[in-house]
Design a protein around this ligand. Structure first.
Ligand SMILES: Nc1ncnc2c1ncn2[C@@H]1O[C@H](COP(=O)(O)OP(=O)(O)O)[C@@H](O)[C@H]1O
Ligand SMILES: [Mg+2]
Length: 257
């Protein structure tokens, strides 16, 4: 039902029969995904559908029992998360990975240093540090945090912490970004700001996100894969999947996930 194989040139990330079993229970059960380069692709589905598990397989936090993951034509199924990140496939950091006592600017600078793999001696130089600060400020500006650069991360609102998290991820200059519920726990204003941010970040990148907020999914996604009981239930644009009777039934059956 899906056009094009995992090696089609416009497909950046593909899975083939991806499955993981927990004590006999198949939380992800033969999922074949095709994520096209330059798109925003959403993974949705009711509670317990296997979204988080699938995400953890894609980001290499879990190892599949069966199936393969291909990124830019390369089999990454058994690769370590750090090696996958080096290929340009990066999972957004969790807020818990933001250093609370450091300023927003320092947090982004650390991510920039990580990307460069700078040695201690090298990045100690004042000249290098101030160049990094300049770049960090540019990234903070891009996520709407220009006025918060000198504030300790701990003092930022929840929505601004998420924006900082995205800035630290962008500092790694990923080609493809995996976002785990970017809108979770956010108020309306933050949701609008982060949605605009994701849209602008997506201009020259590919994004795969798990997201519960269906109005966000509707407005951001080019393509949607609906999971239910560990399997792909439906795929297509929002108009297509939202009127699919199987999708409607799956959501009504267990409530919104
Ligand atoms: N480590 C685990 N051990 C056993 N069962 C798990 C584990 N992780 C997830 N599951 C089960 O797999 C199913 C899918 O979970 P999950 O991926 O979290 O769903 P979703 O994110 O779509 O709500 C659920 O039934 C859940 O209880
Ligand atoms: Mg989940």
């Amino acid at each position: 039902m899906v056009a094009g194989g995992g090696s089609a040139p416009d497909v950046i990330l593909a899975t083939e029969g991806l499955a993981i079993e927990f004590k006999g229970f198949r939380a992800v059960d033969g999922v074949s995904l095709r994520v096209k380069r330059g798109t925003i692709h959403a993974l949705i589905g009711p509670n317990g559908a296997g979204k988080t598990t699938c995400f953890n397989l894609l980001t290499k936090f879990l190892t599949p029992t069966e199936g393969t993951i291909t990124y830019k034509g390369r089999d990454i199924t058994r690769m370590k998360p750090a090696d996958v990140a080096r290929l340009g496939l990066v999972r957004s950091f969790q807020i818990s990975a933001v250093f609370p006592h450091l300023t927003a600017c320092e947090n982004v600078r650390i991510a920039l240093q990580k990307k460069r793999g700078d040695s201690f001696d090298f990045w100690r130089s004042e000249r290098v540090l101030s160049a990094l600060d300049e770049e960090a400020l540019r990234l903070l500006d891009a996520v709407g945090l220009a006025g918060f650069a000198e504030l300790p991360a701990a003092e930022l609102s929840y929505g601004r912490k998420r924006a900082l998290e995205i800035a630290t991820t962008l500092a790694l200059d990923p080609e493809m970004l995996l976002l785990d519920e970017p809108m979770a726990g956010m108020g309306r204003e933050d949701v609008d700001r982060i949605a605009a941010l994701i849209r602008s970040v997506a201009k020259d990148r590919t994004i795969l996100m798990v997201e519960h907020n269906l109005s966000v999914v509707a407005s951001l996604s080019d393509f949607i894969t609906v999971l239910a009981r560990g399997k792909v239930l439906a795929e297509g644009d929002y108009a297509t999947v939202s009127k699919d009777p199987r999708v409607i039934e799956a959501y009504i059956g267990v409530g919104h996930g």
